[in-house]
Design a protein around this ligand. Structure first.
Ligand SMILES: Cc1cc2nc3c(=O)[nH]c(=O)nc-3n(C[C@H](O)[C@H](O)[C@H](O)COP(=O)(O)O)c2cc1C
Length: 357
């Protein structure tokens, strides 16, 4: 079985969540014995369709534009059993690079009109490969793919070519170190989806529900932390790519934002069954207290002091944010008595493993 997997993300492989998902799907397809070629559209020259319709008249079945589509991609596409269209969701639909590719497959049709039931169609000139849609989106709700799915079903479902639709919301979370175990589950399920497509011609409901499972328990909190990241990028004048490459951490501007970041970055596996209350007393640009309650792998945050904290960290707010964002060395600052700690010092030592922010 031959598969042509087309990646429409303009991002580099290191940044692209489309590529991350596609790589897993392709691994599964290969494990099941398929011969898979992967094409990154960003490396190819695929012009937009000119609308001349010469592929229907003067050069039937062949596009007259001389670019990588005509020379290389269309001939490979027409020979393949499965075409995987992988792309990021842009403006709640297919992105332009992938759409340009699909529009340039027009020579596969003949110009004539035929009627099937209540629908008008163009007949196929050549055999059309079976199609798999794979898309990723930044928003958390699965419903962001509704418009795309409706289109995919309309255009490919009606002549039976649509084999699978694999859609992953909140895809940016797939790359976060603190969410790696969940991301691995999702990628494993995507790999399984690839195997199932080759072996059974469809993806099982169970596999699909694992691909689309929630990656975070609290999407609202995740989005709030994402907003702190955007503010950090704007303030520091860096792109998202630079943010990740430099290993930056979203920098809270308020005590509330600090609490949210700590909750979002909490690593329940590192906490195990521990119980602890950690209090922070801030002074300087932000004055006030908050405390985190860790209990059996769960964490909650509250404003104000705790009744009986196991540890109290008293610090200038900006200094603690510098330590959090690795702009200042926490140990060095402690030795220099730039902040004070009361209570269980062991908790201070465990902070890096407890909070993967
Ligand atoms: C121009 C543009 C438009 C986008 N539109 C949407 C959108 O409508 N809905 C959504 O959930 N995410 C949207 N996103 C976010 C991307 O789908 C998301 O970041 C995805 O992970 C990018 O995939 P990639 O890393 O493979 O490029 C958009 C991103 C860009 C750059």
């Amino acid at each position: 079985m031959k598969v042509l997997a087309i990646n429409g993300s303009p991002r580099s492989d290191a940044m692209s969540k489309t590529k991350m998902m596609l790589t897993a799907l392709v691994e599964g397809m290969r494990e099941a014995g398929a011969s898979v070629e992967v094409v990154d559209l960003r490396d190819k020259k695929v012009q937009t369709c000119k609308g001349c319709m010469c592929c229907w008249t003067t050069s039937p079945g062949v596009c007259v534009i001389k670019d990588d589509m005509t020379k290389e991609l269309f001939p490979r596409w027409i020979e393949t059993d499965f075409a995987v269209y992988a792309f990021p969701l842009y403006h709640f639909t297919i992105n332009a690079a992938m759409k340009a590719f699909i529009e340039r497959t027009l020579p596969v049709l003949e110009p004539f009109f035929i009627t099937a039931g209540k629908e008008t169609l163009h007949p196929l000139r050549y055999r059309h490969p079976r199609v798999v849609f794979l898309s990723v989106a930044g928003f958390p709700e699965y419903s962001v793919f509704d418009q795309l799915s409706s289109w995919a079903r309309f255009i490919y479902g009606r002549f039976g070519a649509l084999t699978a639709e694999i859609y992953r919301p909140m895809s940016e979370a797939l790359a976060l170190p603190s969410l790696k175990p969940k991301a691995d589950e999702i990628l494993d399920a995507t790999r399984r989806a690839g195997r199932e497509i080759v072996e059974r011609g469809k993806v099982s409901e169970q596999t699909m529900s694992q691909v689309t499972q929630d990656i975070v328990d609290d999407p609202k909190l995740f989005l709030q932390v994402a907003d702190i990241m955007w503010k950090t990028c704007i303030r520091e004048g860096i792109s998202v790519r630079e943010f990740y490459e430099k290993g930056c951490i979203p920098r809270p501007e308020t005590i509330k934002e600090f609490s949210k970041l700590m909750r979002a970055g909490f690593n329940p596996e590192a906490a195990g069954g521990m119980k602890a209350v950690m209090q922070f007393d801030f002074r300087g640009s932000r004055e006030g207290s908050c405390h985190l309650t860790i209990d059996g792998g769960a964490i909650s945050a509250s404003e104000g002091p705790a009744e009986a904290p196991d540890i109290t960290i008293s610090s200038d707010f900006d200094l603690w944010m510098d330590i959090l964002c690795k702009k200042a060395d926490g140990q060095q600052m402690f030795l220099e008595q730039k902040y004070a700690v009361q209570g269980d010092l062991g908790l201070l030592m465990r902070m890096n493993s407890l909070f993967g922010v």
